[in-house]
Every structure is written in C-alpha cells, then in structure tokens.
Design a binder for this molecule. Structure first.
Ligand SMILES: O=C(O)Cn1ncc2ncnc(NCCc3cnc(NC(=O)Nc4cccc(Cl)c4)s3)c21
Length: 273
C-alpha cells in the first residue's frame, strides 16, 4: 500500500463540524482533515456499544471489505483509527440522504427518470461488489446517499450487519427490505441484493415499500409470498422490471447485468451517462 493508505490517523488530524447523523452506536460528523483541508464524514462508534452488541467481528470485517472497495457509486472509506473509547471511520462525504430526499418529494416518490438513474447506479455498484463476492444484504433508502451532483452512493458497509445505525429501524427492526429466504431463515446468496433492488425500485416509484403492512406478521407473510400490488400510476415497463426482481424463488430473479439492459432503464436513463 502507498504511504497514504497506512497513515496513522488520530483525532488531532481533524477539525470536527456539525453532526450529520445520529445512531445507536454513535454519530457521524462533518470533519476537515487539517493539513489538506479535505472534507470527510467521520463516523464515531463507541467501543462499549460495539462490545455490548457483540458486533466487533462484523465491524472488523466491514472495515476490511470497505477499505478495498473502489467504485464511483460506493462511499469510500479512506481509513480508520481508534482511541481508548471509540472507533473512527474516515468516510467520503456525500451531502444528501436518499430517504430524506424521497420524503421531501410530493407523494414521496421520484420521477421515472430520477428513479432509473438511481437504480442503474445502485445496480452497477452491486455488480462490482458481487464480482468481488461481496453481498450487501442491507440495501434500503437509509443506506443510500447522494452527491452534490445527484449521483447515488451505497453508504453502508455493514454488508451482513443488521444491528446497524439505521434511522427507520423500528424497535424490532424493519423487515420491509428482507427477501423471503432471509425472513424464513433459509440460506441466501447474492440474489438477496437483487430482491432489495426490486423493493427499492417499488418504493421510490410508489412512495412506500411493497410489503408494508400494519403488523410485522402481515409484512412477513406478504414477503414470503411476494404479495404486492401496483397503484395505477405505475407504468407497464416499470411493473415488468419490478415483477422480474420480486420473485420468491431466488434463481428466477433477473440477473443484475440484465437489469441494466431492461427497456425501462434504457428508456429513462441518459444513455451518455
Ligand atoms: O448518513 C448519515 O447518517 C449521515 N451522513 N450524511 C452525509 C454523509 N456522508 C457520508 N457518510 C455518512 N454517514 C455514514 C454512513 C456510513 C458508512 N459506513 C457505515 N458503517 C457503519 O456504520 N458500521 C457499523 C456501525 C455500527 C456497528 C457496526 Cl458493526 C458497523 S455508516 C453521511
């Protein structure tokens, strides 16, 4: 690795700014690296919380994976360090959170052009991860950020960590984004990410997730049977793509490479991008 990569960072290297997000294990702060003036997001995690939740090994795996990923649609982890009480992740700063952007929309949904750009970029990032045998397993609006230019970045590297700092995590955790094989406790492979692309696509076009129900048990049942309906405003091509992703049988879900070739994506994305 070059000098920068094995740099020994400490808190003294940074001026700390406003809190960007608050979570169970600690907060994320805007920060500036003093010598370069470079702006980053500094995620602070309390060791006591990590140990209490018994997620130390998951954090180590996440850092190991994340420091080796380089993709325009994945938030970079430039490094990490720790002191006696906290672990710090030095992350690429992306100013907007997709779930907040979604909530700010009229009817809480994006246009087909905006939705197709996000799905295309998410799919490209997941293809990159899958090629490195990394399954994300936790794709949902809270884990997706947007750059100033409006490009999507996967921000969450707890690929298999569910006890994560998610904002919409209700007391017992939101099932909404989990595929049948995960809610039923069966084994799962990278096609779990394909399912969650389908859930995300449905939510950003409709304004709520496909299997949302008043009770946990009802959501569970609807996921197991891939039971969802489309409001009449959802266009036929979008319905076609979603129906090829939200399949109970993992092997029948559309491969991610074919998501990029689907007419709904091609028609609604700027082919030059
Ligand atoms: O989104 C926000 O709330 C605030 N925000 N706003 C702008 C912005 N720009 C960049 N990053 C942000 N947030 C950090 C995103 C993360 C990346 N990687 C993570 N990993 C993690 O939390 N791991 C982890 C946690 C607890 C236990 C264990 Cl085992 C692992 S969180 C930003």
């Amino acid at each position: 690795t070059n000098k920068k990569d094995d740099m020994k960072w400490t808190l003294d290297n940074f001026d700390i700014g406003k809190a960007l997000g608050k979570g169970k294990f600690g907060n994320v702060y805007l920060a500036r690296e003093k010598s370069s003036g470079f702006i980053v997001a500094l995620k602070v995690l309390f060791k006591t919380q990590i140990l209490k939740a018994n997620v130390e090994h998951q954090l180590k795996r996440e850092i190991e994976i994340q420091t080796h990923l380089r993709h325009p649609n994945i938030v970079r982890m430039f490094g990490y360090f720790h002191d006696d009480a906290r672990v710090y992740m030095i992350l690429e700063y992306a100013p907007k959170q997709l779930y907040k952007e979604l909530q700010a929309q009229e009817n809480q949904r994006f246009s087909e052009v905006r939705a197709a750009l996000y799905i295309k970029q998410l799919t490209e990032a997941l293809i990159y991860c899958h090629d490195k045998n990394i399954i994300h397993r936790d794709i949902k609006p809270e884990n997706l950020l947007l750059t100033k230019a409006g490009d999507l970045k996967i921000a969450d590297f707890g690929w298999s960590v569910h006890t994560r700092d998610s904002k919409r995590m209700t007391l017992c955790g939101t099932l909404d984004y989990l595929p049948p094989e995960m809610v039923s406790g069966n084994s799962h492979d990278k096609s779990v990410d394909v399912w969650s692309v389908g859930v995300l696509l449905y939510e950003i076009l409709v304004g709520k997730p496909p299997f949302e129900a008043p009770t946990y048990e009802e959501t569970y049942k609807r996921i197991l049977n891939a039971q969802y309906i489309f409001p009449q405003h959802v266009a036929p091509l979008a319905r076609d793509l979603i129906s090829r992703l939200l399949r109970v049988k993992p092997e029948t879900r559309l491969p991610l490479q074919e998501v990029l070739l689907h007419d709904w994506i091609k028609i609604h994305t700027n082919l030059l991008k």
